[in-house]
Design a protein. Structure first.
Ligand SMILES: NC(=O)c1ccc[n+]([C@@H]2O[C@H](COP(=O)([O-])OP(=O)(O)OC[C@H]3O[C@@H](n4cnc5c(N)ncnc54)[C@H](O)[C@@H]3O)[C@@H](O)[C@H]2O)c1
Ligand SMILES: O=C(O)[C@@H]1CCCCN1
Length: 321
């Protein structure tokens, strides 16, 4: 065995409670916006993020995703290993499970292993918040959530930082879950039994379901509304009416991944107008007065940015002890 000249520092384990405590949402909003700009800048932005690898586990109806990424400007290197098992919901188990492995970019030594469920919940919603900041009417008052799971709740938590909602409408395939979430979110929230009623007149609509065929139809959406389309992250899955996909001004988290993974884009043949990073960099306009849709399939960079903030805060607290 080769002799080691220095001793490796053991990595820390950061669980979901610590993630929720340590991750400041406003800091994340700013960091994520900056990172999206770097991503869409091209090579000078210093982001390395290959389109993720998805391994289907066909006999169990699941997927294993491997999501590595590096931000040179943020000096942050991490990889997420996460599974998506849609049928877990029926068993009372989480549908997304995994960890983010955080490395020191200067040595390649692992620094932390961070719970991925909480990171995924918070960073995905924050990506939609960044998009909504640029693409939704700033005076948006009515939020519609289609789906009542982890992402529905985290989307409300993230969007309320930017918008002063008067109504939160929730629809879920099983109405019980929508009613439970409405009770949790408070008096402005209400569960609805039809998608059409939920979205009619809504300013911001978030589709956060595990649907594999369209649930949101074109004629139900108010002109000028903004949609965050977050589910349907496989090439054969859809959440959005193809006519609506072709009608909106379409923005994406990443062109490459959305064109490879988003069934809503692939099946409708809708054309991506811009990446959200291009809007942030002002190389493409934010057409927020039109009906806009932000298609997100999820980026490793979001996990890189979020876990870097978590780890830095963890280190700061330790140094004061
Ligand atoms: N874009 C991203 O970065 C990103 C990240 C994480 C999750 N996601 C996706 O967001 C979606 C929601 O994730 P989550 O963590 O909230 O999941 P969850 O399991 O917590 O909730 C899923 C919701 O979808 C509903 N649902 C299940 N099957 C449905 C169907 N066939 N039709 C309509 N509704 C159905 C459930 O009742 C529940 O309300 C999933 O598609 C997930 O893969 C995307
Ligand atoms: O970006 C993510 O973290 C998730 C992984 C599972 C599929 C959907 N997107």
């Amino acid at each position: 065995m080769a002799t080691m000249t220095t001793q490796k520092v053991p990595f820390v384990f950061i669980d979901e409670h610590e993630v929720e405590r340590l991750l400041d949402k406003r800091d994340l909003l700013v960091a994520m916006e900056t990172a999206f700009g770097h991503f869409s800048e091209g090579p000078s932005g210093g982001v390395v993020q290959p389109v993720r690898t998805m391994v289907p586990v066909q006999d169990h109806g699941g997927f294993l995703a491997s999501m590595p990424g590096y931000s040179q400007k943020g000096q942050a290197l991490a990889t997420k290993l996460v599974t998506l098992y849609p049928n877990n919901g029926k068993k009372g188990l989480p549908t997304h499970n995994g960890y983010v492995f955080v490395f020191d970019p200067s040595t390649g030594i692992i620094k932390a292993v961070v719970d991925a469920e909480s990171v995924t919940a918070i960073r995905t919603a924050m990506a939609s918040a960044v998009a909504s900041k640029h693409l939704a009417n700033p005076k948006s008052k009515v939020l519609a959530l289609l789906g009542a799971g982890v992402q529905a709740e985290s989307h409300y938590d993230a969007l309320r930082i930017l918008f002063d909602f008067e109504q939160i409408r929730i629809w879920s395939r099983g109405s019980e879950r929508a009613e439970k979430l409405a009770r949790k979110l408070g008096p402005k929230a209400k569960a609805f039994s039809s998608v059409q009623e939920t979205v009619q007149g809504a300013d911001i609509i978030c589709t956060v379901t595990l649907a594999t065929s369209p649930v949101l139809m074109k004629d139900w959406v108010k002109p000028g509304a903004h949609i965050n389309a977050v589910g349907a992250t496989r090439p054969t899955w859809q959440e959005i009416d193809p006519e609506l996909m072709r009608h909106v001004v379409l923005y994406a988290d990443t062109r490459d991944a959305c064109n490879k993974e988003s069934g809503d884009i692939i099946i409708s043949k809708a054309q991506i107008f811009a990446e959200i990073g291009e809007v942030i960099n002002k190389t493409k306009p934010a057409q927020w007065q039109e009906t806009t849709l932000f298609k997100s399939v999820g980026m490793a960079l979001e996990d890189v940015v979020a876990t870097n903030l978590v780890y830095e805060k963890f280190k700061l607290e330790k140094s004061k002890m």
